[in-house]
Write a protein that binds this ligand. Sequence first.
Ligand code: NAP
Length: 500
Amino acid sequence: MTNETQIKRNPRVAIIGAGMTGILMAIKLQEAGIRQVTIFEKKDKIGGTWRENTYPGVACDVPAHMYTYSFEPNPEWSNRFAYGHEIFDYFQRVSDKYGITNTINYNEEVTESVYDNGCWHLQTSKGQMLTVDFVFNCTGILHKPAFPDIKGINSFKGDMFHTAQWDHSVELKGKRIGIIGTGSTATQVIPRLINTEGTEVSVFQRTPQWIIPFPQKDYSDKDKQRVRNNPMLAPLLHKFYSKGFRELFSKLVTGSKAQQAMISRLAKWNLKRSIKDKTLRQKLTPEYQVGCKRLIINNDFYPAIQKDNAHLVTESIDQITAKGIQTKDGKLHELDILVLSTGFDPFAFMRPMNLIGRDGLDINQVWQNKAVSYKSILLPGFPNFFLMLGPNTPIGNNSVISMSETQADYAMQLIEDWRHQQFDAVEPTEEAVKAFMAYIKKGMPNTVWVTGCNSWYLDADGDAASWPYSWEQWITDMKTPDYADLQQHRVKPEPAISAA
Ligand code: NAP
């Protein structure tokens, strides 16, 4: 608990983005008694990824009681794995409860953040200028849709959209629909498309995926009542699922042979028992290890892809024409609608915002070869700038909420030290950043990501974009700031203005 009497000063803070992490930071700052907080949100609502992704079937494959803030349990979840709209409503309720919703500057994108002498100067799309002491960049990891570089893509005359930009005005019933991609998103949307009346759905698969089942469960009113009446139950469920998922999936990706063998068996069994036709099963069988690409938890994809109106196309795409997709075998797959489930740019982070640090340092220069950071949150040359969910944050099928909460606690410790005038500005040393990146690299050979597949978990050099160690290691590493790794600056006072 902050002892207000000992605090010497309070910072001005900007939060960029009002998604899960932005709301979390607003709450943490509020709890610390920091009032001068300005939140910018580029859209007209809170919610980040859960506002943007509204494709049919959108859900979270992390159990709902685990995918909640640790301090805001939610007895109202309707399903074991929550659907997108309910997750959005949860964040909206939390934001309302803490009085955040009405304080946000909506439809206002931060276009530029420039550091100078202990302060950040922000410029927004509405022409507003704001000066603050700290910036929390809460723009999320996967927010910039990736569009495939396929010849003729703009010549398609039907309706075409990315899953993260779903066009709900387009009627699906009775249409010939093509979908490119078979990742976590695609496997959620494909069954919905196939199960829509009168559709013919062609799934263009470049690489098959390992899929494991995990039964969905509807929570009845009685179930919810039980959780409501027993305040210990939701936190217990949070703990139970978090521990279970970390034991299974975080260990799977960070090198546990036992988890690898067990989940591998489960995925192979799931494929064999679900897909009756041998040729189809062959097409759906990955050649890489389970967990190399993000493990998919899904119960609906295999039943759906065997329906008569589903067509799995494994021939490579040659080009997109006005009428549909032409595959390398010369076949034209005529389509009315083309859905691009082709993922995101995982290295965009705060970009396209123009971010200029100390001595005119441009983030695009610093990250020219690689998105580097110190402990996934601080950047060299960008003092007092917190990059929430920065490079190397995600770990397996874990909840990113818990990653954000850990980072929030780390950042708040630095803010407390600033309030006590320990420093005016803080940033990691070059050596500390190099050491951290070497540490990430060192963890790679143990992970399953390097076992021979392409995925967004790897950067262009084949280094991890994710956290290659255990959850426990993450908690240990993020526990307290290590000032030996940090440069602390004192800010030169502004020169006095002469009266002459
Ligand atoms: P993704 O995992 O990156 O999958 C993209 C898909 O598009 C892959 O199948 C990829 O094939 C294919 N693709 C891309 N470019 C292509 C091209 N030019 N030609 C043919 N195929 C192409 O994207 P995502 O499914 O949107 O998932 C991204 C991440 O979002 C997940 O890893 C997860 O972290 C998160 N997510 C989470 C949930 C959840 O329930 N928690 C749900 C959805 C998404 P290749 O495999 O051959 O590259």
